[in-house]
Design a protein around this ligand. Sequence first.
Ligand SMILES: NC(=O)c1ccc[n+]([C@@H]2O[C@H](COP(=O)([O-])OP(=O)(O)OC[C@H]3O[C@@H](n4cnc5c(N)ncnc54)[C@H](O)[C@@H]3O)[C@@H](O)[C@H]2O)c1
Length: 351
Amino acid sequence: MQTILVTGGAGFIGSNFIYYMLGTHDDVRIVNLDALTYAGNLENLRGVELDPRYTFVRGDVRDKAAVDAVFDAYGVDTVVHFAAESHVDRSITNPEIFLSTNILGTGVLLESAKRHWNLRPDDKYCREYRAGVRYLQVSTDEVYGALGKTGMFTEATPLSPNSPYSASKTSADLLVRAYGETYGLPVNITRCSNNYGPYQFPEKLIPLMIRNCLLGKPLPVYGDGMQVRDWLHVRDHCAAIDTVLRKGRVGDVYNVGGNNEKANIEIVRLVLAATGRDESLIRHVQDRPGHDRRYAIDNTKITTELGWAPAYTFERGMSETVQWYLDNTAWVERVVSGEYQNYYDTMYGNV
Ligand SMILES: NC(=O)c1ccc[n+]([C@@H]2O[C@H](COP(=O)([O-])OP(=O)(O)OC[C@H]3O[C@@H](n4cnc5c(N)ncnc54)[C@H](O)[C@@H]3O)[C@@H](O)[C@H]2O)c1
């Protein structure tokens, strides 16, 4: 049985990934290591709590002893590293935590994976590892910087991050690359475009807009709202990660995207229509400093070499997503009120 250490599994994509993997494969065990920052919500994982193949460990990826203890206790053979500070706006006001979590945390995980998997960990020249081990870094298209009106990011596009968030993710990617090159650690990096779907923290565009529409509150739109993103349903992202884990060439980077370029203002209008509101709620606010104008992913490599393709059309994905937030207003309100943070104590006591 494969034992996957999922870091940040209580977050948006991590929790969707855990559902996806346990629902798709019988022979996987998941250990979810999460520090439960403001973005970590264990309530997302209610549906797998009783699954014997799932274990939650509260811990910080920067804590070497905690990470080593997980490798020792569970015999981890695969790492899927999601844990990160992930909100660009927060990185502009408080960059330090992004450097520490996103860069140093990745360094701790890589080192622990190397020491636990290398056949002769005290020999710096040994590039042999236990059979079947793999470290996968979940990265982002934001590492490539911004595009003009045309063009797409390929895996060969130079890294050119513009925000403290994307700079920290780029630094982490370079560390992953270095562990592959220097130590021969079997690594992969996936660089995905913007995700949408259930369990997304309501500070992000789509859930924020849905909630404000439901409450009849103004919808803040940065600048002219013409920032273009390439949207992918979160389950398609999870399937892409699973595909790379199973078929990805060791050491390779894979871009993941759904060929769904939409301007932010289009997304806002779509949410308005889906919730029966009109455009009078839109408020243009001062743009974010350094706001990237356009991202677009060329997904040729993962589609042609590994056979992955998005299963969701944007229309179906958005309609299901809006419906999910309408059906789960209690989940949203518990996040907004902060009540979700008490769930850990209720479930696990003061461990
Ligand atoms: N959301 C997107 O559209 C998107 C797109 C591409 C890539 N990504 C990447 O995917 C990953 C997950 O993104 P998300 O949107 O699910 O993020 P999220 O903010 O929803 O979740 C992050 C999770 O990491 C945990 N965490 C934070 N710091 C930690 C630490 N020091 N130790 C252990 N756990 C910690 C949090 O508690 C939370 O559960 C990130 O690495 C992000 O860069 C996100």
